[in-house]
Design a protein around this ligand. Structure first.
Ligand SMILES: Nc1cc(-c2ccc3cc[nH]c3c2)n[nH]1
Length: 231
């Protein structure tokens, strides 16, 4: 997979040089390009924003630098361009699974009050454009959302996570929250590991874990439950 990021804070993504995603890049599983939007300006101050038409507080990101940045990235392919936005579809594990199948993702990180709408409209003529929200809260820009999405998507790409089995029993992977986990010691400060987990009875352990998932989901995120969860 190829991932490109356009941002005015390229240094924000230096963390992608380390950890699992850093290794995936070294192994050639993920090819990453981080682009400074200011490199596509031509004035002395490398200006990327201006006052909003119609008035109002704050500044809006100018369309010209974005157009030139995408000119240099989009090329002949038709990638998926993702603009993090509070007005977008909510990013879920299903979104991550879907986007992990796309060969080329481009993230456009807005700042200020956002990006001139014409950038979204024009880009839609040469790419699949998705506005994606990380959740119902307001960030100062798209970088944090982009980092979260890249991590959620990247870990689903074959070869990135060492043991693919560890991807299966996680919160949201099967639509439910994950069961509680325990490791040694069997007793710690008066708290004992549930005996079923020490029983060696794999059928009983699987049943207990499923019940824990359902109980935890019912308590914390009841809207995630469906009738089939009780089959
Ligand atoms: N889920 C979510 C996304 C955002 C977001 C995304 C881009 C920009 C650009 C300026 N402010 C922004 C906020 N806030 N919350």
């Amino acid at each position: 997979m190829r991932i490109d990021i356009v941002t005015i804070f390229p240094e924000f993504f230096s963390v992608l040089d380390v950890s699992l995603l850093g290794k995936a890049r070294q192994n050639g599983i993920i090819d990453l390009g981080v682009h400074d939007l200011r490199d596509f300006t031509h004035d002395r101050h490398r200006t990327v924003d201006d006052t909003p038409y119609g008035g109002g507080a704050g500044m809006v990101m100018k369309p010209e630098p974005w157009g030139e940045a995408f000119d240099s990235i989009l090329g002949e392919t038709r990638p998926t361009v993702i603009f993090p936005s509070p007005a977008g579809e909510v990013f879920t594990q299903a979104t991550a699974r879907e986007l992990a199948e796309h060969p080329h993702l481009v993230f456009g990180c807005g700042r200020y009050e956002g990006i001139d709408q014409r950038v979204v409209d024009h880009t839609a003529s040469r790419a699949e454009v998705r506005l994606v929200s990380l959740g119902d809260y307001v960030l100062n820009g798209g970088e944090v959302a982009t980092m979260a999405m890249i991590e959620a998507i990247g870990r689903l790409i074959p070869g990135v996570v060492g043991n693919p089995e560890s991807l299966v029993e996680e919160s949201h992977e099967d639509g439910l929250l994950e069961y509680p986990s325990y490791t040694k010691p069997a007793s710690w400060r008066g708290h004992d590991v549930p005996p079923v987990l020490l029983s060696g009875n794999h059928g009983a352990i699987a049943a207990w874990r499923r019940e824990q998932q359902i109980e935890r989901t019912r308590r914390v995120r009841p809207e995630l439950l469906s009738p089939s969860d009780f089959d």
